[in-house]
Design a protein around this ligand. Structure first.
Ligand SMILES: Cc1cc2nc3c(=O)[nH]c(=O)nc-3n(C[C@H](O)[C@H](O)[C@H](O)COP(=O)(O)OP(=O)(O)OC[C@H]3O[C@@H](n4cnc5c(N)ncnc54)[C@H](O)[C@@H]3O)c2cc1C
Length: 398
């Protein structure tokens, strides 16, 4: 169903564009089962930037006015918003990571194994858990219902639910996933929870499910306050680009052509290119074979495309540790490794380890942030509502 190539992503985008206006606005919240056509199904591609957010918005606005496609464009900007918000509060991710590690290190709570195996006895939850495991995808409304029932009916820790999603979603993403789970639990918009109800589920699944016995109240969870937000750094390019440059792509951004174009005249001639991915870094527990296969396929696709974008094919470094990357940089006699900026998440953690390892060899790690992110992220400092007001200006600025 989800093919990990840019060509397949562009084709899916092309097919969906006619439905991105009034049809999407009217039908997007319904989940009629895996053969759905009311949503785009683009998230696995967009999450890895096989196709960029900007390309999605460009294609939709070539066909529709912003007014007609407002809902769809806003949804695309939710991804950008969550990333920008988490970027300013990395401690939220760190605390989530620690929480997951601690939970797996102890005795897992009663009910956890049944919930992930689809054995809760709540027919909808069980079907959704199996759909997630079997397909690597869930509709947005289902994700909300699932998270709400997980937290408020089953009383399970939200971090374990977020981890279950992250290990199985082809679009599993540190910002969208962690912050959406926090939002459902009442931690993100403090005190405001999301309660799944039988009526709402029955209505939007058109009677496929009407689970009984759901929690009727949702008391927001609580937590220690976080340190104040750190502003987004103003520079798009951090570090000095030398004369012997290699491009290192990773699973956060697999579209080298537009990344290099974004550098303008500063775009260097490349000596070498490489790609790495480590889907397993999403969790201390095993990541689903579907996620592994999608990520590996996406990386292989990007490796082949660097031949067109940069004049040389990329070598695949797999789940590269720092020493593998250092060996590659040494063998290509690089003084600079250029990487797409990795937002807060597992890849950023990995680059933080790689930077000093390369520096010890006299090689600089230079990050390139796309103008799309640079323009939008600073406005993701508060709630989505003030951010949303900015969308028309952000769209015009692209
Ligand atoms: C508990 C929970 C966990 C989630 N975890 C993830 C995750 O790990 N990764 C992920 O990409 N999305 C996540 N989402 C957001 C959303 O459910 C998916 O992005 C969306 O369902 C993807 O399907 P689609 O491409 O068919 O969406 P469409 O409805 O076709 O939307 C178009 C595009 O807009 C973006 N988008 C749509 N809705 C959202 C949203 N609420 N937040 C962020 N971006 C959005 C996606 O890039 C999507 O491809 C989560 C939502 C919830 C409630």
């Amino acid at each position: 169903m989800f093919i990990p190539t840019r060509a397949a992503g562009l084709e899916a985008l092309h097919d969906f564009v006619p439905r991105a206006g009034a049809d999407y606005r009217r039908d997007r919240n319904h989940d009629l089962g895996p053969s759905r056509s009311n949503v785009s199904g683009l998230s696995p591609c967009v999450r890895h930037r096989l196709v960029t957010e900007e390309e999605v918005v460009d294609a939709v606005l070539e066909r529709h006015s912003l007014h007609a496609a407002e809902k769809f464009v806003q949804e695309v900007f939710w991804r950008t918003y969550w990333k920008g918000w988490l970027e300013q509060r990395p401690e939220v991710w760190r605390r989530y990571r620690d929480g997951v590690r601690e939970l797996f290190a102890g005795d897992l709570p009663d009910g956890y194994e049944d919930a992930v195996a689809g054995r809760t006895g709540i027919d909808a939850m069980d079907a959704w858990a199996r759909e997630l495991v079997d397909t690597g995808y869930l509709h947005n409304h289902v994700r909300m219902w699932f998270a709400s029932i997980w937290v408020f009916t089953l009383g399970l820790p939200w971090q374990l639910g977020a981890d279950f999603f992250l290990r199985h979603l082809l679009d599993g993403d540190a910002a969208s996933n962690t912050l959406s789970w926090r939002w459902v639990a009442g931690l993100q918009t403090r005190g405001k929870t999301y309660l799944a109800t039988t009526e709402n589920i029955a209505r939007y699944t058109e009677g496929r499910f009407a689970p009984r016995g759901l929690a009727t109240t949702a008391r927001p969870l609580d937590e220690e306050p976080f340190p104040p937000a750190t502003p987004i750094a103003p520079e798009d390019v951090v570090g000095e680009i030398g004369s012997r440059v290699g491009l290192l792509l990773h699973e956060e951004d697999l579209e080298p052509a537009s990344l290099l174009t974004a550098l303008g005249p500063a775009a260097p001639t490349l000596r070498s290119a490489a790609v790495f991915a480590d889907a397993g870094a999403r969790s201390p527990a095993p990541v689903s074979p579907l996620v592994e296969a999608f990520t590996t396929g996406a990386v292989a696709d990007a490796a082949a495309r660097t031949a067109d974008a940069a004049g040389l094919p990329a070598v695949t470094l797999g789940a590269a540790d720092a020493s593998t990357v250092v060996d590659w940089a040494r063998s290509a006699a690089l003084d600079t490794v250029l990487v797409p900026y990795a937002p807060v998440g597992p890849v950023q953690e990995r680059l933080d380890v790689l930077r000093p390892a390369l520096a010890a060899e006299g090689v600089g790690l230079v990050t390139v942030r796309r103008p799309w992110d640079s323009r939008a992220w600073p406005f993701a400092s508060r709630g989505f509502f003030p951010f949303k007001e900015r969308i028309p200006r952000l769209v015009r600025a692209r």
